[in-house]
Design a protein around this ligand. Structure first.
Ligand code: NAG
Length: 263
């Protein structure tokens, strides 16, 4: 509602919080419901939906993080063009592109995974449905086309990563040329939350991909998948809100009020 927050940065943040909410609900709500009802079951269509939503939302999130790197790059390196390069139309288009790339990739992944016949039982060694676990249940080596898809998406993800890194190289070069220390500090502090979230997202993602399948066991899979499936969306709002002066002020007031009422 606050007009000061009607900027591209907050538009993308709001958009990402919707994604995070969906991401958490897809995995955690189902796991919580199962543990409440003391069940470990998921229906076939439930599994398909969960797998689709998981990849759709994770990829859209990553695409939005890339768009937000561009936002920071324009804000710091081309401040005079900020209004024209990131007008409201452009922002909506970029967010829509991020959502649709996630949707399309999720659809491709899901279709390619479930087209393979499953013949090794129906026990998923994980607290949610994800591709490696489903492939473990499939017959023979029919999943060559899955590897194709993996190669394409890994190179796209790598392209986004290079884009983010290059944006930050430019941002640091520009910020270090700012004569005043205060100006430098201000430039860096607007990028810090984004940098933290990107590092968290990318490092947990890489960690999962590089984990050798030989050491996989149900309990280890759980320990490894928890950080990337639950932690990034859960800490996103925390990281951004602690850097937000308005929220800090509100918390400070609350603290004062509590102290006052204790004495
Ligand atoms: C997120 O972006 C999409 C696509 O641009 C837009 O239609 C939607 O309204 C946005 N959602 C929020 C909560 O801003």
């Amino acid at each position: 509602c606050d007009h000061c927050l009607h900027t591209p940065l907050y538009f993308f943040l709001l958009n990402r919080s919707v994604l995070d909410l969906g991401f958490i609900s897809t995995i955690v709500l189902k796991a919580m419901a199962n543990s409440l009802w003391n069940s470990r079951a998921i229906s076939y269509s439930g599994c398909v939906t969960q797998l689709f939503l998981f990849y759709f939302l994770a990829i859209a999130e990553y695409a939005l993080l890339t768009v937000m790197a561009y936002d920071r790059y324009v804000a710091i390196c081309k401040p005079l063009h900020y209004g024209t390069l990131l007008g409201s139309r452009a922002c909506v288009h970029m967010a829509a592109a991020a959502w649709s790339s996630g949707f399309l990739t999720g659809l491709l992944y899901t279709a390619n995974t479930f087209v393979i016949p499953l013949c090794q039982g129906n026990a998923v060694d994980q607290f949610f449905c994800e591709i490696p676990q489903i492939l473990k249940l499939s017959c023979s080596h029919l999943y060559l086309r899955e590897i194709w898809l993996l190669l394409v998406s890994v190179s796209l993800a790598f392209g986004c990563f290079v884009f983010i890194v290059l944006s930050y190289v430019q941002i640091f070069r520009t910020a270090l040329r700012i004569p005043s220390v205060q100006g430098q500090h201000k430039a860096f502090s607007t990028c810090l939350p984004h940098l933290i979230v990107v590092s968290l997202f990318v490092s947990t993602g890489i960690f999962t991909c590089l984990k050798p399948p030989s050491i996989s066991s149900p309990s280890l899979d759980l320990v490894v998948s928890f950080p990337y499936s639950v932690v990034p969306p859960a800490v996103n709002p925390l990281i951004y809100s602690t850097r937000n002066q308005e929220l800090k002020d509100a918390l400070l007031n609350l603290e004062k009020w509590l102290l006052f009422h204790q004495h």
